[in-house]
Write a protein that binds this ligand. Structure first.
Ligand code: MN
Ligand code: MN
Length: 471
């Protein structure tokens, strides 16, 4: 038996593409580094379950790394490391490089909002002795996934005198939690025959929050009406100083109470609420912190409102990114149009990881696989690439060379089968400003569920990818 490879075998090795996993590509040290890196990521997940909390956590990391607060109109000069806190809900981080600003900026843009259940403006009611909050879901949720899981209340209330009150209850040790109830199987005959998408309704997503009436000083049940509601308001008034009308000027939401946790015997996966898209925000932010001082001017955007279309003052469709590039131009003798023409962006958002449990919706050859690295989506969109900026082959080539140069484990990704559905990211809004943009992100299982799954190897690959781009 000859050991020598045939010409065909050698040729196949040379010309065929073979996707590699982290296990085929990495040393034991690199695998250990990935696990290490994700200790910080898990903490980031737990501290920032809403965009407001993620902004606070991110600013803490930035200030420790020497970044300082910036206001529009402030002077900017080479070497500056600043962050712009946009209304407490989105964050723009800038590190001014040493090269001519007209060479362009390198933008990494992730989002820090996640699907959840927002409280309505008149949320509180009682029914048959039980107290509830009414909700209006935020982003793409599969409603049935939110029933019978522990939920936590997060957000901010602006009282009638303008005081801002932070609320966070349900995910610290000893906290009570809240939940949506569901039918028992014994009485679910009719519900079971309904299609999954209509068995649960938005108006049915009422949160169980109390079951006790208000008790008067003498220990008797209050004669007042709305006894349970009064019990809830008495608690909220005592703890937070708010009254029912303050709900009208509040942003309160229900998020899963559970914190991030290792999944699997090998502890290589992380299960958590809100990987989409903090699993890209954290790597983009840490890459920015590590690479501030690069010759290139770097911008890292942590956007809000992506899950509901990126509209508004804190969404990526706001002109703020362009304004900040204008400010860079003014301060550094650049031409904003030239800067944008020479800029590049990685739109940092998750991809749908191939799920062997649901092979029928994926086209495996073009899906991203768990543990095969960060995923690049040249295009997103749906129904024939509708609604995507579709990066050029040339720009994909530029990014590919950066990744290869730095040994980044990466793969490509499409969301699923062509006619199965689709989705979009912030990529097109940035590309519309004449900035070459492509989507890069971590493959996720159970995307948008209250408990999403990613692999530590892919999170670490994302960090290496954003670092390669910043260098
Ligand atoms: Mn996303
Ligand atoms: Mn999403």
């Amino acid at each position: 038996m000859s050991e020598e490879k045939t010409r065909g075998q050698l040729l196949a090795e040379e010309v065929f593409y073979k996707k590699k996993s982290a296990f085929e590509s990495w040393s034991a040290e690199e695998l250990a580094a990935a696990k290490d890196y994700c200790v910080g990521y898990a903490k980031y997940l737990d501290e920032g379950k809403t965009e407001r909390e993620a902004v606070i956590t991110s600013i803490k990391m930035l200030e420790e790394a020497g970044f300082r607060a910036y206001k529009i109109g402030d002077k900017l000069q080479k070497g500056d490391k600043v962050y712009y806190n946009n209304r407490g809900k989105s964050l723009y981080v800038m590190a001014v490089g040493s090269e001519d600003i007209n060479c362009g900026v390198r933008v990494s843009a992730a989002h820090i909002d996640s699907p959840r259940l927002d409280l309505k403006q008149h949320p509180l009611f009682e029914s048959d002795g039980l107290g509830y909050f009414k909700t209006h879901y935020y982003g793409g949720v599969r409603k049935y996934q939110w029933a019978t899981i522990p939920l936590a209340l997060h957000g901010v209330v602006i009282t009638k005198d303008g005081t801002s009150v932070d609320v966070r209850i349900g995910d610290m040790p000893g906290d009570p939690v809240f939940c949506i109830t569901d039918l028992l199987p014994h009485l679910a005959k009719d519900q079971n025959t309904k299609p999954l998408g209509s068995a649960f309704t938005g108006e049915g997503m009422n949160i169980l929050i109390a079951s006790s009436p208000y008790i008067e000083e003498d220990g008797t049940v209050t004669p007042a009406s709305d006894k349970v509601k009064l019990c809830v308001m008495a608690y909220l008034n005592e703890k937070y100083g708010i009254t029912e009308s303050d709900f009208m000027s509040a942003e309160l939401c229900m998020v899963p109470a559970a914190n991030a946790v290792d999944v699997g015997f090998d502890r290589l996966l992380i299960g958590s609420y809100g990987h989409d898209d903090r699993v890209c925000a954290y790597p983009a932010l840490t890459a920015m912190i590590e690479n501030a001082g690069s010759e290139h001017t770097l911008i890292c955007v942590l956007a809000d409102k992506e899950e509901i279309g990126s509209d508004g003052v804190t969404g990526m469709q706001c002109c703020l990114l362009v304004d900040l590039i204008d400010e860079l131009a003014k301060n550094l003798n650049g031409n904003p149009n030239v800067i944008r023409a020479n800029s590049m962006c990685l739109s940092a958002d998750v991809s749908a990881g191939y799920d062997p449990n649901y092979p029928e919706v994926y086209e495996k050859r073009n899906s991203s696989l768990i543990n095969c690295g960060v995923a690049m989506a040249k295009y997103t969109g749906s129904r024939g690439k509708s609604g995507t900026s579709d990066a050029s082959a040339e720009f994909v080539g530029v990014v590919r060379m950066m990744f290869e140069r730095d040994g980044v484990l990466w793969q490509t990704s499409e969301l699923g089968k062509v006619d199965q559905g689709g989705g979009g990211t912030v990529a097109k809004y940035i590309a519309n400003e004449n900035i070459d943009t492509v989507d890069i992100g971590v493959p996720v299982l159970s995307m948008h569920a209250p408990f999403e799954i990613v692999s530590k190897t892919d999170v670490y690959s994302a960090h290496k990818a954003f670092s390669a781009f910043c260098k």
